[in-house]
Design a protein around this ligand. Structure first.
Ligand SMILES: NC(=O)c1ccc[n+]([C@@H]2O[C@H](COP(=O)([O-])OP(=O)(O)OC[C@H]3O[C@@H](n4cnc5c(N)ncnc54)[C@H](O)[C@@H]3O)[C@@H](O)[C@H]2O)c1
Length: 459
C-alpha cells in the first residue's frame, strides 16, 4: 500500500521505516528543514537501536523516501499522522500540529484517504478531525479517520513496532478496518524479513484489537497513566522502606511474583520522564476534568513524581553537606537508556538543581550529550564515564545504561575525590562497589558503607 507518514520523530521515523520494511511504499514527511535535510542525506536525526539500518535498507530498496508534507498528502492511500502533541501550560495536549496537518490534508488531497492518528491524542480528537476535514475540504476529499495509538518504547522502538504485544485500531467504518488489517497483516502474522532476529518464526502473534475511535484513543492515555501510577506507587513504597529500614528491591520482587501485579515498572528511582508518561498523565487528568470526572488519583501520581528530583537531591545534600563548589559527576542524561531523548528527563532536572546550587557538574551519557549541550551549556561534558568521575565528591547514576554497570570499580576508586555512589536507578552492583571501597546509597534500600565493616568485626 502507498502510505505517507507525517512527522519524522521517534514515532514517525520508526513507523515509516518499519512499514517499508514489511513491504509497503512509504513517503515520510518532516517540517523541520534541518531534520529533513539530514534524512535526505542519509543521516539519522535521532539515536534509536536498529533504526538506521532499517531506514538505509528501505531507502536503498526504493520503498522509503523523505520530503515535504504537501507531496506526502497528495501521494498516499493512507496517511499516518505522527506529529508531536506536547503539553500546554495547563496540561492539555497541544493539538496545533495535528490541526495544521488536517487542514493541509483537507486542502491538498482529493479522492479517498484513510487518515490514521498515531500521535497520542485526547479522546474525541478523531471526531474533531472528521469535522474539520469536512469544514476545510475543497477538492472532493473522501476520507475515514482511524485511531491507531502507538505503544513503542524509545530504546526498543523498532523491536516494539515489529513485534508488538498488541495493535489497537479504533475505526468507525469497515473500509478503514480492512485497510488497517492489510497494512498490519505481515506484523499480525509475523511474516516479514526481520532486521533484528534470525528466528522470528517462533515469536507469538500480535493481538489485533478493533474498537471504536474514542476507545482506542482512551486506551493509550489509560495505559500510560496506569504505568505512571505503578512507578509512583513503588516510589512511595521506596520512601516507606527508607523510613523503616526495609528493602524496596525485595518488596518489589515479592509483589511482582503475583501475576496480577507483574514485575515490570516496579523499579523505584528518580521518577518517570520522557515525552510520553509525564505529558500523557497531565493530558489524561485534563480530559477527565473536562468530562466532569475527578481523577485526583492521577494528580497524586504526578505530584509524587515531581517530588522525586527533590528527594534525590536531598540524598546528595545529606551525604555531601555543603553542595556549593563541590564537584559532582552525572552518569546519564537521557530519560532512559538506549535513547538520546532528554525531553522531561529527571536527569536534566537534577542537573539544573545542582547547577543552581553552584556545584561543578561533570557528565557523561553515551548518546544524549549533544542534545543536552544546547540546553545546559554550563555542564562539563566528558568523553567517558571515568573522565566524568575525575575528582568527584560523588558519582550519581541517573540513567541506567548497560555500560555503567560494567565499570572497573577499582580503577574508578583511584579517580574520584570521595568514593561515593548515589544510584538513582538501583542498577549498580552493590557488592562489587563496596568491595572496591565505595560507599553506596541507593533508592529505598539499605545503604552500604565498606568503612563500617572493620568496626563491626572489632565489636
Ligand atoms: N516518543 C515515544 O516514545 C512515543 C511513543 C508512543 C507515542 N508517542 C506519541 O507520538 C507522537 C510523536 O512523538 P515523537 O516522540 O515522535 O515526537 P517528535 O517530536 O520526536 O516528532 C514529531 C515530529 O513531527 C514533525 N512535524 C510537526 N508538524 C509537522 C508537519 N506539519 N509535517 C511534517 N512534520 C511535522 C516535527 O518536526 C517532529 O520532527 C506524540 O503524540 C507522542 O505522544 C510517542
Amino acid at each position: 500500500m502507498k502510505i505517507s507518514v507525517i512527522g519524522a520523530g521517534y514515532v514517525g521515523l520508526t513507523t515509516a521505516a518499519c512499514l517499508a520494511q514489511i513491504g509497503h511504499d512509504v513517503f515520510c514527511s518532516e517540517s523541520d528543514k534541518q531534520k529533513l535535510g539530514m534524512l535526505q542525506a542519509g543521516v539519522m536525526p535521532v539515536f534509536e537501536p536498529h533504526l538506521e539500518h532499517v531506514v538505509k535498507n528501505a531507502c536503498s530498496a526504493g520503498r522509503l523516501r523523505f520530503g515535504a508534507t504537501e507531496e506526502a498528502i497528495g501521494w498516499a492511500d493512507a496517511i499516518f499522522i505522527c506529529v508531536g502533541t506536547p503539553p500546554l501550560a495547563n496540561g492539555d495536549a497541544d493539538l496545533s500540529a495535528i490541526e495544521s496537518v488536517a487542514r493541509m490534508i483537507a486542502k491538498r488531497a482529493s479522492g479517498y484517504r484513510l487518515i490514521v492518528e498515531k500521535s497520542t491524542v485526547p479522546v474525541q480528537t478523531g471526531a474533531q478531525l472528521r469535522k474539520h476535514l469536512l469544514v476545510h475540504s475543497t477538492n472532493g476529499l473522501k476520507y475515514d479517520v482511524a485511531s491507531n495509538p502507538e505503544f513503542l518504547r524509545e530504546g526498543t522502538s523498532v523491536e516494539d513496532f515489529l513485534h508488538p504485544d498488541r495493535i489497537v485500531i479504533g475505526v468507525d467504518a469497515s473500509r478503514a478496518e480492512k485497510m488497517l488489517r492489510e497494512i498490519y497483516e505481515p506484523i499480525i502474522d509475523q511474516i516479514f524479513d526481520c532486521p533484528i532476529h534470525d528466528a522470528c518464526g517462533q515469536r507469538k502473534e500480535s493481538a489485533f484489537l478493533v474498537t471504536d475511535t474514542g476507545s482506542a484513543e482512551l486506551i493509550k492515555h489509560a495505559a500510560n497513566s496506569f504505568l505512571a501510577m505503578k512507578i509512583s506507587f513503588i516510589n512511595m513504597v521506596a520512601n516507606l522502606c527508607e523510613a523503616v529500614g526495609a528493602d524496596v528491591t525485595k518488596v518489589a520482587q515479592g509483589m511482582g511474583l503475583d501475576p496480577r501485579i507483574g514485575s515490570t515498572f516496579l523499579n523505584p528511582g528518580i521518577g518517570f520522564g520522557g515525552f510520553c508518561l509525564p505529558k500523557d498523565v497531565q493530558a489524561f487528568i485534563r480530559i477527565a476534568e473536562k468530562s466532569g470526572c475527578d481523577f485526583s488519583l492521577l494528580k497524586e501520581v504526578e505530584t509524587i513524581n515531581q517530588r522525586r528530583v527533590e528527594h534525590f537531591v536531598e540524598k546528595i545534600r545529606k551525604e555531601l553537606w555543603v553542595l556549593r563548589g563541590k564537584r559532582i559527576c552525572l552518569w546519564g542524561l537521557a530519560f532512559k537508556p538506549n535513547t538520546d531523548d532528554i525531553r522531561f528527563a529527571p536527569a536534566i532536572a537534577i542537573a539544573k538543581t545542582l547547577l543552581a546550587e553552584r556545584m561543578q557538574v561533570r557528565a557523561f551519557d553515551p548518546q544524549a550529550m549533544e542534545k543536552a549541550k544546547t540546553l545546559l551549556p554550563e555542564i562539563t561534558y566528558c568523553n567517558n564515564a571515568y573522565e566524568a568521575a575525575e575528582g568527584a565528591d560523588a558519582v550519581l547514576l541517573l540513567t541506567e545504561w548497560e555500560e555503567f554497570r560494567r565499570t572497573d570499580w577499582c580503577h574508578l576508586a583511584t579517580l574520584v575525590e570521595r568514593p561515593l555512589i548515589i544510584d538513582g536507578r538501583n542498577a549498580l552492583p552493590l557488592e562489587d562497589l563496596t568491595r572496591s571501597g565505595f560507599e553506596y546509597i541507593g533508592i529505598g534500600g539499605p545503604s552500604a558503607s565498606p568503612r563500617l565493616e572493620p568496626v563491626m568485626i572489632r565489636v
